[in-house]
Structures are given as structure tokens and as C-alpha cells.
Design a protein around this ligand. Structure first.
Ligand SMILES: [Zn+2]
Length: 52
């Protein structure tokens, strides 16, 4: 059941896997739009994720 939700709208932070309260969206290595929570934004930047 969970995989369907994942396909349409991943709601968990791509970094820590927790529910992001105020997510920033990035494209990951697979060109997928993923939410990143406030705490992990710097980490996402370091991994060269592109901002949406
Ligand atoms: Zn996070």
C-alpha cells in the first residue's frame, strides 16, 4: 500500500525519512522531486541536489 503513495507524492524527508514540517523540494540523483526538511537542507545542498 505504501508504495503507491510513494510513487505519487513522497512525503517523507529524503534525508532523514521523517515527516518534514516545512519541506523544501529538491531533485535527487534520479531526477525525482523529493522533499527535504529544514534540518536537512544543508545536507541536500552538500549533496548537490538541485532546488526545484
Ligand atoms: Zn530531514
Amino acid at each position: 500500500m505504501g508504495f503507491i503513495k510513494k510513487l505519487f507524492q513522497p512525503k517523507k524527508c529524503a534525508m532523514c525519512g521523517k515527516k518534514p514540517t516545512n519541506p523544501t523540494y529538491y531533485y535527487n540523483d534520479d531526477d525525482e522531486k523529493v522533499p527535504v526538511c529544514d534540518k536537512c537542507v544543508t545536507y541536500a545542498e552538500r549533496r548537490a541536489y538541485r532546488k526545484v
